[in-house]
Design a protein around this ligand. Structure first.
Ligand code: 0O2
Ligand code: 0O2
Length: 267
């Protein structure tokens, strides 16, 4: 040990984690209010334990006086998302922020690790206001899906418990499990896209139907009663037959008729 006061050294990191957690949880709530769906499921954070800092410094040959620049994840934030696409949106929101500076990014989703580990990492520099002035600390923001988090949490605890004694066959099985989690993520994304497509389709149809009905109403307003009644009957018939294409054609016909009515022309 270098006789450092760890409490004082870690204080700005604790502050950074607390502040970033509040800010990112606020972003989550704001997105939920704005869009009824937040790309962030939940946010957690931690300051690295002293023993882990010392272990990592030794492994990366970082001298004690340089650990604040040599170890980038003393302050760590984790953001969990439902879908892989959400990860990229969240990364975009972080890049835009003016209260931190992006140092660099590591895409362990495209380039997953040998262990099977997948996550998106952003190393940021965050200014903390302390009693003796401003201090910039490094923080690592890990963004991952719930499936990636499920895998990483279990793998981390197994690795932590068994360290180097983890047999190769177990490592290989963990790697396979990571691939299964990735397949699950892809399947969930595809199901979601299908739902979104169906929703868009439904909304488009329902907008078209309402505009047809309001155009027919308008024809009455212009005293085109006979025409309006005929259009209404044709609409009812197509509706019964679930003939969306037919309704689309009818909609164009009603539009032209309404246009002529507005110009005061004849049918
Ligand atoms: P809410 O309103 O319940 O979401 P904290 O000390 O609470 O500021 P910290 O230290 O990161 O935050 O705590 P922790 O225990 O790691 O959990 C952080 C937040 O993530 C907590 O909510 C947990 O409820 C939530 N969380 C943890 N695991 C899961 C999970 O698997 N699914 C979901 N949906 N949420 C989870 P908060 O922050 O207390 O607020
Ligand atoms: P903690 O606090 O226990 O989570 P390194 O790859 O470690 O030599 P670097 O460049 O800092 O050095 O690492 P990296 O891989 O960019 O990010 C480090 C963090 O990512 C780790 O922190 C883990 O949280 C996570 N991580 C990276 N690889 C794996 C993996 O194979 N399995 C799991 N479960 N997590 C991983 P630490 O240091 O483990 O600290």
């Amino acid at each position: 040990m270098d006789g450092r006061d760890w409490g004082l050294f870690l204080q700005p990191y604790e502050q950074a984690v607390e502040e970033l957690k509040v800010k990112l949880k606020t972003l989550r709530t704001e997105l939920k209010n704005r869009e009824a769906y937040s790309p962030m499921e939940f946010v957690t954070g931690r300051v690295k334990r002293i023993s882990s800092i010392l272990e990592k410094a030794k492994r990366l040959s970082v001298p004690m006086e340089k650990i604040d620049t040599g170890i980038e994840d003393i302050a760590g934030i984790r953001i969990m998302c439902q879908f892989v696409d959400d990860i990229h949106r969240v990364a975009g929101f972080i890049r835009m922020r003016k209260d931190l500076k992006l140092v660099y990014e590591k895409d362990y989703i495209t380039n997953f690790k040998e262990s099977g580990y997948r996550s998106y990492h952003m190393i940021v520099e965050y200014p903390v206001q302390t009693a003796i002035g401003q201090k910039h600390v490094l923080a690592e923001i890990q963004i991952r899906t719930l499936a990636m988090n499920f895998w990483a949490t279990i793998e981390h605890s197994l690795n932590y418990k068994y360290k180097e004694s983890l047999p190769d066959v177990v490592r290989a099985r963990l790697k396979k499990a990571a691939e299964a989690a990735s397949v699950l993520d892809a399947e969930m994304s595809s199901i979601r896209n299908e739902i979104l497509d169906a929703q868009r389709d439904f909304e488009e149809k329902s907008n078209m139907f309402s505009s047809v009905l309001s155009d027919i109403q308008e024809l009455y307003f212009f005293h085109r009663v006979r025409e309006a009644v005929q259009f209404q009957l044709r609409f009812n018939e197509l509706w019964e037959q679930e003939d969306t294409f037919g309704i689309r054609m009818l909609s164009d016909e009603i539009r032209s008729s309404l246009y002529r009515a507005k110009k005061g022309g004849t049918t």
